[in-house]
Design a protein around this ligand. Structure first.
Ligand SMILES: Cc1cc2nc3c(=O)[nH]c(=O)nc-3n(C[C@H](O)[C@H](O)[C@H](O)COP(=O)(O)OP(=O)(O)OC[C@H]3O[C@@H](n4cnc5c(N)ncnc54)[C@H](O)[C@@H]3O)c2cc1C
Length: 392
């Protein structure tokens, strides 16, 4: 890939709204991505491999549990810093951000929020340092947008629970040390449990041939009579609201992350348009290209404002799930459209791995689908404003 010359657009001086700590955290993540992710990510994506060598670096910039208290190994940062870290990582690659999101919001968050003190002490410091990697099993072959229908189940056997079923499309599954899994008990109530690699009957086959998120490992979780010790059940919350609470946190991070991908595409297209000469002048001098670039920076600026406000609401614990849905949906759609436009600005060069745009575009096709599809988030807004659910 060509040298990383990224310069972030800040058209409305949003940096003025950030604290010194936010800027320090953001700039450290930005520099780390330039130094450690940009030089290797194209190769990792082409080879369809998660670059494990960056795990320590992700831990060092606070990407694993940014808002988990320091006593459990987390970075103890606020929601704005969490968002900014996700933005910077996704500026590098959505697959790398997916790994960090899963570890933080879908594995550490439920253990912190719904787990026992013993579970927190046992798992959180190792997850924060990257010694343990985790994954989150909610989606099943027959239950994607409708996870409440899940058939994965646990049966109480006295000393332990017996777990059976299968999850698919699970990020980090092929190499995860632990999985936070959602399963129904005999009463049909959804419970969260921690499954450890090495438990008999538990396998994690990798999903191959993806055109998207190639630098993130995806797989299945198969449970064939797995004995789960009772102390591995998350005791403090159950029902569908428990996994949905984790998704709120992850979707919030995605709203920021998508801005990162969009900023990278815009910045690349702007630089290229100023340098590329056709018909004796830079293509940036043609109205058609200016329209694309001007609309890109307008959409990025709107998304930045929306997301900054959402961060402020999250810090006050006032953000609703529906507000998070709106930002996730808007920002990912915005980023995907910008990636498509930016790729055209680069002409043929846009389809090569010399530039990050095509990789972002392909990645965003997953991001617009996972953690609630584009359609489902619209239905959440529809339900919120009308009071009438249109899911069924
Ligand atoms: C790369 C990748 C990584 C992933 N990582 C994870 C992970 O770590 N953990 C995890 O649990 N899951 C993960 N997922 C799964 C993801 O969350 C699901 O793919 C997603 O929820 C959609 O489910 P589905 O693919 O089964 O689509 P479906 O639910 O079958 O939807 C298919 C289409 O129908 C539409 N649709 C569905 N219901 C309605 C409705 N009521 N009204 C109108 N339209 C509707 C959808 O919008 C979509 O367009 C991942 C997916 C991908 C691609």
């Amino acid at each position: 890939m060509s040298q990383d010359l990224f310069q972030a657009p800040d058209y409305y001086n949003l940096d003025d709204l950030l604290t010194e700590e936010h800027l320090l955290v953001r700039d450290a993540a930005r520099e780390w991505v330039k130094r450690e992710v940009s030089p290797i990510i194209e190769n990792a994506a082409q080879k369809a491999e998660f670059p494990k060598q960056i795990i320590n670096g992700l831990a060092e910039i606070g990407a694993f549990g940014p808002y988990i208290p320091e006593q459990y190994g987390g970075a103890g940062l606020d929601q704005m810093s969490y968002g900014l870290i996700m933005q910077e990582i996704e500026r590098g690659d959505s697959g790398v951000r997916s790994t960090a999101s899963v570890q933080s919001s879908l594995v550490m968050y439920p253990i912190y929020k719904y787990g026992s003190e013993e579970q927190r002490k046992k798992y959180l410091p190792k997850l924060a340092s990257g010694e343990f990697m985790g994954c989150f099993g909610l989606t099943e072959p027959d239950y994607g947008s409708n996870p409440g229908g899940m058939v994965t189940n646990i049966k109480d056997k006295g000393d332990y629970f017996l777990l059976n079923g299968a999850k698919m499309w699970i990020s980090n599954a092929p190499f995860a040390d632990i999985a936070v899994v959602w399963a129904k008990n005999e009463e049909g109530r959804i419970k969260g449990l921690i499954v450890e690699r090495g438990m008999e009957g538990f396998t994690t086959p990798e999903t191959h041939n993806k055109w998207s998120l190639r630098a993130s490992a995806t797989g299945e979780l198969i449970f064939d009579n797995v004995k789960i010790p009772k102390e591995n059940i998350l005791p403090n919350k159950d029902g569908l609201g428990a996994p949905l609470g984790c998704l709120d946190s992850a979707r919030y991070g995605i709203a920021w992350g998508a801005i990162g991908a969009a900023m990278d595409c815009y910045d690349t297209a702007l630089r290229y348009a100023k340098e590329r000469v056709q018909f004796d002048k830079p293509i940036a001098g043609y109205q058609l290209q200016q329209k694309k670039l001007a609309e890109m920076v307008t959409e990025i600026t709107k998304a930045q404002l929306l997301t900054w406000r959402l961060g402020a609401l999250r810090n006050e614990e006032k953000a609703t799930s529906a507000q998070i849905s709106m930002a996730k949906r808007n920002n990912v759609d915005m980023a995907l459209k910008i990636a498509r436009e930016a790729r055209q600005v680069l002409g043929a060069m846009g389809i090569t791995g010399e530039y990050s745009i095509m990789r972002h575009m392909m990645n965003l096709e997953s991001v617009i689908t996972y953690e609630g599809t584009h359609d489902i988030h619209l239905l959440i807004t529809g339900f919120d404003i009308t009071g009438i659910p249109a899911f069924k």
